[in-house]
Design a binder for this molecule. Structure first.
Ligand code: ADP
Ligand code: MG
Length: 222
């Protein structure tokens, strides 16, 4: 528990630093982008598009961190999981089909939970995105809704590339990614949101077998 506490403190601290840096970087980044836009337009500046798109990528990362640090307008309401999940699944349907991935959903229990709908959507999206990215040659993602000891369980299981214990141990650490085009922020955001909902996150994985991400959210008493 002490170790857990220390890890949480580290995560919070890392988050604060990241937000601080994001603030500092934002202004010069905007300036550089603007100046490049002014001087690059109409000229034949080499790699203009590449530079612009890389700047845009930096911008996105910076914005993501600023959102993290900002006290967002969170609205906790009584909601059921399934409709939120369905909305997210709809977004992934086409991408999954194109990548030869089958999405299966089994619902054994769908309780009321007190949550911010947008944040929970973000959680489902980040996890599904990782599942899809773990299946470069297709496969399946199973989603199960169940209950366990006063918690609503949402379980995502993919039969993808899986991860080593080292990667698993560092999951949620900002910027820790094994992907060439990853940013290592997705699971940090997931962790932060689940914590804010007094929930729990349990991940198990085996290399070349797949990954299971379990989210537990407290069932509303009312
Ligand atoms: P990103 O996806 O940008 O790399 P994340 O925080 O979402 O950042 O994930 C961090 C790392 O955790 C990934 O780079 C990957 O190595 C590992 N990971 C997360 N989800 C899965 C999964 N479903 N299967 C295999 N590896 C995963
Ligand atoms: Mg990700």
């Amino acid at each position: 528990t002490e170790e857990m506490l220390r890890n949480t403190e580290k995560l919070v601290f890392a988050g604060q630093i990241a937000v601080g840096i994001a603030h500092e970087i934002r202004n010069p980044l905007t300036t550089v982008k603007g100046m490049l836009q002014l001087s690059g337009k109409g000229t034949h500046l080499r790699h203009y598009d590449l530079i612009m798109s890389e700047l845009e990528r930096m911008n996105l990362i910076v914005s993501e961190f600023l959102i993290l640090g900002k006290p967002q307008v969170v609205q906790f309401r009584e909601e059921r999981c399934m409709p939120i999940l369905e909305e997210v699944l709809n977004l992934f349907e086409i991408q999954a089909a194109l990548s030869c991935i089958t999405l299966n959903c089994t619902m054994n229990a769908d309780h009321m939970i007190r949550c911010d709908r947008n944040q929970i959507k973000q959680v489902f999206m980040n996890i599904l995105k990782n599942a899809v990215e773990a299946l470069p040659f297709g496969g399946s993602v199973q989603i199960e809704l169940d209950d366990e000891a006063g918690y609503q369980l949402i379980r995502f299981t993919d039969d993808g590339i899986g991860m080593t214990e080292e990667v698993l141990g560092r999951i949620g650490e900002p910027f820790h990614t094994t992907k060439a085009d990853g940013n290592g922020l997705g699971m940090m955001i997931v962790k932060k949101i689940i914590e804010a909902h007094a929930g729990r996150l349990v991940i198990t994985s085996r290399v070349n077998e797949g990954t299971t991400v379990d989210i537990y959210l407290p069932i509303s008493k009312t």
